[in-house]
Ligand binder design. Structure first.
Ligand code: 5GP
Ligand code: MN
Length: 375
């Protein structure tokens, strides 16, 4: 009897519990809307059909977990397909990524005294641009890229509004990370079962860091299916979390306390905050590349806060990092006031005036932005 009921239940779609898209997806949880174009996949397949391609994989200045993770994993799949691959980044990655397997092979252009980056770019017939949308984000490295005009350029990225023409573009702002995008590309080209444990580990780093440990936007059921496939390879998720988030120095912890306690300014009735860090302050706390990572998120833990910024002094400019909640569009803000861009809720840019002027300009910009109804 039970079997009969079960069979009836199975055959009758109306009585089966069905997914109700309106109910199953709260506004901030998106159904997987990332559709890779079959035409683009075919074009990529054709580019990779020629054996022994010389390939360069580039990622952005101040490379983060997603930039490095997606590059290493993509390189590994391409090498296995018989190509020669060099991963290049403009400057050093943060020290809390040092443990990642394959990271030693990533060439750091700024300190590359042997000219490995220049040679690889010069000889390349394919250049993949991962996790950035504009060659201007490569700083000094962009001239080297411009010099090789014959290589085909392929974009694999999740930032808004790519600025240059590419021969082939996988531009998916609806992807929560470039690493997720790379996972889906590997799946389509060679199958998900070709992803090794080492690749799974670095892809997981990219997915975890770009989503704030799976808590920002574009957290889709398909993302978790991808994560499940990565977990099947036997990666140690708590260990990866520890390696990335619990590996800072004492100086960083003290600097964080100092910045929040002494440097956080709050405006517009507690809805906008900004932080700043001068070179002198960084020296005082034995600053290392990557130490200020995440500081800008902290003001957003305050109830009602909508937007947060940090200004970090560098040699000849000030880096601006912006974060927001909900509809507040910091990509628009960064583009308008700080020559930058990024995503709606996480963006960055640069300022070429003093710290005091940068802060004053930011505060004026916030008022203008608010007056226009963006805040
Ligand atoms: P972060 O604040 O973590 O450096 O960057 C946040 C986001 O904004 C990242 O997705 C990053 O790619 C983007 N971003 C940061 N700085 C710049 C910039 O100078 N120009 C552009 N176009 N995007 C940036
Ligand atoms: Mn990214």
């Amino acid at each position: 009897m039970l079997a009969v009921i079960a069979k009836f239940y199975y055959l009758c779609p109306i009585t089966r519990p069905r997914a109700d898209p309106a109910r199953d997806f709260a506004p901030t949880i998106h159904p997987d809307i990332m559709e890779l174009s079959a035409q683009n996949i075919e074009a990529l397949r054709r580019l990779l059909e020629t054996p022994q391609r010389r390939i360069v994989i580039l990622s952005h200045t101040n490379p983060d977990g997603d930039a490095i993770g997606s590059s290493i994993a993509w390189a590994e799949s391409l090498r296995r397909a018989g190509h020669t691959v060099a991963c290049i980044v403009p400057n050093k990655y943060p020290y809390y990524l040092d443990w990642m397997s394959g990271i030693r092979d990533v060439v750091i252009f700024k300190t590359d005294s042997e000219g490995r980056a220049a040679r690889a770019v010069e000889e390349a017939d394919l250049i993949f641009c991962l996790d950035f949308h504009s060659l201007s984000r490569l700083d000094a490295l962009s001239e080297l890229i411009a010099a090789n005009a014959s290589a085909k350029r392929i974009l694999i990225d999740h930032h808004l509004n790519p600025t240059e023409p590419f021969d082939l573009m996988f531009s998916h702002p609806e992807s929560s990370s470039t690493s997720y995008l790379v996972y889906r590309l590997i799946e389509r080209l060679w199958g998900a079962d070709t992803v090794t444990r080492a690749q799974a580990e670095v892809l997981y780093v990219g997915m975890m860091t770009d989503t704030g440990n799976f808590s920002f936007s574009y957290i889709t059921p398909d993302l978790f299916r991808a994560v499940a496939a990565l977990a099947e390879t036997g990666i140690d998720i708590p260990q990866i979390y520890n390696n990335v988030y619990n590996s800072f120095t004492e100086g960083r912890a003290r600097l964080f306390g100092y910045v929040i306690n002494r440097k956080m300014r709050i405006m517009r009735k507690g809805t906008v905050a900004h932080l700043s860090l001068t070179e002198e302050e960084m020296r005082r706390f034995w600053f290392q590349q990557g130490d200020s990572e995440g500081f800008v998120n902290y003001p957003l833990t305050i109830k009602k806060m909508k937007m947060s910024a940090i200004f970090v002094e560098h040699h000849d400019f000030i880096r601006v990092s912006l974060r927001s909640r909900g509809d507040v569009d910091v990509n628009l803000f960064a583009g308008r006031y700080f020559e930058g861009g990024g995503h709606r809720n996480a963006a960055g840019g640069k300022s070429f005036v003093s710290m005091a002027e940068t802060v004053a300009r930011f505060e004026r910009a916030v008022e203008e932005f608010a007056a226009e109804g963006h805040l």
